[in-house]
Design a protein around this ligand. Structure first.
Ligand SMILES: [Zn+2]
Length: 374
């Protein structure tokens, strides 16, 4: 089976390389914004819709005159960016259709990219070579990697590389096509999975995945930095500095969490034939200001995202329980339902003839698994 995969890792850049990357990201952003403005203009004038190819041709003509600085960057960066813009419009039109069909979605017209959220990113295609300690990219040359031997060096076809900046660090994400062995036909058990704050994931067979230890420390630091930001005066240099530190801390928490989620989702999709998890309550999530809960919510999204694509690789099925399914309130032994406060760590069944006592998360996981038998 041939699958698409992305491998993302951090780059170790010197100052000249950082400048070159920033310039590429700048060109990509410029092309995107210019293309968006051109599309809007064409629409306002009643001209025909401009495709990525039309825009690319126009941009190339401009490069000969007013945009000569673009010759300093790989031609891929603006080109891929215009393709991105096309995709953004395709998604926009899809959402408009969904909205007309009665779905609750925001159409979200494509927006201009701002430098406010960091340098951004750019995508390169063409001659890309990977070695154990570095990656060679068109125009940028040999870039060192912080982690050795993570990017695949053989057995894959490299499609493109996306370079991006986050909280002052640079990353490369390699998109590849690779052959993986077909999922084994041997029977595997099914499982319900409950995601929580205290424990990252509880499986219905009793196994669980703890939150990584580093997470707690990183969260404490995050809270402290959040307080620092709110104490600093708006617009001051000190506030800007604190905001930068906070972004770094957020990023670290997200990374720790993501790594742990990867381990859990790989293990689960490899060993189970079907997995049931809760549907995420999006409207409830947006209201939540409690930090640990907010992080857990983000984790849930990431967990589901990873689970769904890995499930395809390893021949596992992912099912989502109904949003109103009472996985926490229901007794997994007799089906009785009762209210559960957040602080109750154990489910104690009230029914005389049952009186089941079981860990709260395990109870929920078993309830989710039982959905498969109905
Ligand atoms: Zn019971």
């Amino acid at each position: 089976m041939i699958v698409l995969r992305a491998f993302k890792t951090e780059l170790d850049l010197n100052n000249a390389q950082k400048t070159a990357c920033a310039r590429h990201a700048g060109a990509a952003r410029y092309a995107y914004n210019w293309g968006l403005a051109r599309k809007k203009e064409a629409f306002a004038n009643g001209e025909k819709t401009l495709s990525a190819i039309d825009l690319h041709r126009e941009l190339n003509a401009l490069k000969k005159t007013e945009l000569s600085w673009m010759y300093e960057v790989s031609k891929c960066a603006p080109q891929e960016s215009l393709r991105d813009l096309d995709n953004a419009f395709a998604h926009f039109f899809r959402r408009v259709k969904e909205k007309k069909a009665g779905k609750k979605v925001k159409a979200g017209f494509p927006r201009f990219k701002s430098k406010k959220n960091g340098m951004g990113s750019f995508c390169l295609t063409g001659a890309i070579h990977v070695s154990d300690k570095s990656i060679q990219l068109p125009c940028l040359g040999l870039l060192r990697l912080k982690e050795c031997n993570y990017l695949p060096m053989s057995g894959v076809q490299i499609l493109s590389a996306t370079v991006s900046e986050k909280a002052g660090r640079w990353f490369v994400s390699l998109q590849v096509e690779m052959e993986i062995s077909d999922p084994s036909p041997e029977p595997k058990p099914v499982a319900g999975v409950d995601l929580g704050i205290n424990r990252m994931a509880q499986v219905s067979d009793g196994m669980y995945f703890e939150n990584p230890r580093a997470l707690k420390g990183a969260l404490t630091k995050l809270k402290r930095l959040q307080r620092v930001v709110s104490r600093r005066q708006k617009g001051s240099a000190n506030r800007k500095k604190a905001v930068r530190q906070l972004a770094k801390a957020h990023f670290r928490v997200a990374n720790i969490r993501k790594d742990a989620l990867h381990q859990a989702t790989t293990s689960l999709t490899k060993t189970k034939s079907a997995i049931v998890m809760e549907t995420l309550n999006v409207s409830g999530m947006l209201k939540n200001h409690h930090l640990a809960q907010a992080i857990a919510d983000v984790g849930m999204y990431e967990f589901r995202r990873q689970l769904v694509y890995k499930a395809e690789w390893y021949g596992c099925e992912v099912l989502l329980a109904d949003r109103f399914f009472p996985s926490t309130k229901r007794c997994s032994q007799c089906g009785h339902e009762k209210e559960m406060s957040l602080s109750e760590r154990e489910y104690r069944c009230e029914r005389e003839d049952c009186q089941k006592v079981i860990d709260r998360d395990l109870n929920a996981a078993i309830n989710l698994e039982q959905l498969l038998y109905r």
